[in-house]
Design a protein around this ligand. Structure first.
Ligand code: OKP
Ligand code: ZN
Length: 338
């Protein structure tokens, strides 16, 4: 399968993150990509599609913030990674503040995503990898894979969070619509709910968002991904959340996935964008499902059986030594598509 990755996606390199009350080494590090790249052939660098497709998803003030945040952090006399610590609660009146600390709170929803010197460059080229895979599929490939890093499904039109800065799968879906596709299905099979993707398309009837994930009653991102979130307005019924309990293995996973795939079939999508996270793996250090490496092939095969042109973008997966094998097992499920 054609795969896209740009070496500049390594530039994003936060040192530490807040995990269960302690600072620990950042889990979403470049070693993840190195392990995957070692298992893949046919990896190409994306061409540069520029800012326009990114601006279809993200607000200009947020993009300006992302591009300058680390420089402003340094200019304020700070060391290391830019990190928010104060957030405007729902209902707080809009304020036009320009202190970097205020903006870090304004444009994020959690403390999971420090900004390093290379964050913008990596996020930009990760989005370009998603656009290159999208272009390949629009050009006739049955499926293509974007090895996105940083991941994207937690960030929204104007906020970052959950290791995510640009929403790669949303950028792919919007690019496909701009190129003439009419109905896009997004299937999110990362362990965590894709709250940013859901938010971006919540009132849209032309983009179906289906997600199988850990129940937010017990797992990050807690405030989104509950089964009763079903979309609003024109998007009513075009969001389908299928939460599963911690400990779920292949049997429970397949039952939820089959429900999601049936919804995608009924929606009549003309293209599929998949947010693939391998953090559903039994050995994942921050997640609690029980999938085995060999399970990813039949899971992907049943997604491929939808017989839709498919863009696959990388999301999470933190069992680094197994990540390449898990990605390869997933992509093997699409092999018959050529
Ligand atoms: C990103 B993706 C828990 C900290 C949670 C955020 C997890 C983001 C996962 N102590 N950190 O969906 O794989
Ligand atoms: Zn995840």
């Amino acid at each position: 399968m054609k795969t896209f990755f740009d070496a500049r996606q390594h530039d994003h390199a936060p040192a530490m993150e807040l995990h269960n009350g302690a600072y620990v080494p950042y889990a979403e590090h470049r070693g993840r990509m190195e392990n995957v790249l070692a298992t893949l052939s046919q990896v190409g660098a994306p061409r540069d599609h520029g800012m326009e497709p990114i601006r279809r998803v993200h607000r200009d003030n947020y993009l300006a913030f992302l591009q300058s945040a680390h420089e402003r952090w340094v200019a304020a006399g700070r060391n290391g990674d830019a990190h928010g610590y104060a957030w405007p609660v729902v209902g707080r009146r809009p304020l036009n503040l320009n202190r970097i600390d205020a903006d870090l709170g304004q444009f994020s929803f959690d403390a999971s995503s420090p900004i390093s010197a290379g964050t913008w460059t990596s996020a930009y080229w990760g989005a370009q990898s998603a656009l290159a895979a999208t272009e390949a599929v629009l050009g006739g490939e049955r499926a293509a894979f974007a090895l996105c890093r940083p991941p994207g499904h937690h960030c929204g039109a104007d906020y970052l969070g959950g290791y995510c800065f640009l929403n790669n799968v949303a950028i792919s879906a919007e690019a496909a619509i701009a190129a003439g596709k009419r109905r896009i299905a997004i299937l999110d099979v990362d362990y965590h709910h894709g709250n940013g993707t859901q938010d971006i398309f919540y009132e849209r009837g032309d983009v179906l968002f289906v997600s199988v994930h850990a129940d937010p009653a017990t797992d990050y991102p807690f405030f989104w991904g509950h089964a009763d979130e079903r979309g609003e307005g024109a998007g009513e019924g075009a969001t389908l959340n299928l939460p599963l309990p911690r400990g779920s293995g292949l049997e429970a996973y397949r039952a939820a996935l089959d429900t999601g795939l049936a919804a995608i079939h009924d929606f009549g999508a003309d293209m599929l964008c998949v947010s693939f996270g391998a953090d559903t793996f039994a050995g994942d250090p921050i997640s609690q499902f029980a999938l085995q490496t060999a399970d990813y092939t039949p899971i992907a095969r049943s997604i491929a059986d939808l017989d839709l042109p498919t863009v696959i973008v990388m999301e999470g997966g933190y069992a680094v030594d197994a990540l390449g094998a898990n990605v390869a097992a997933f992509l093997a499920g699409f092999d018959w598509m050529g």
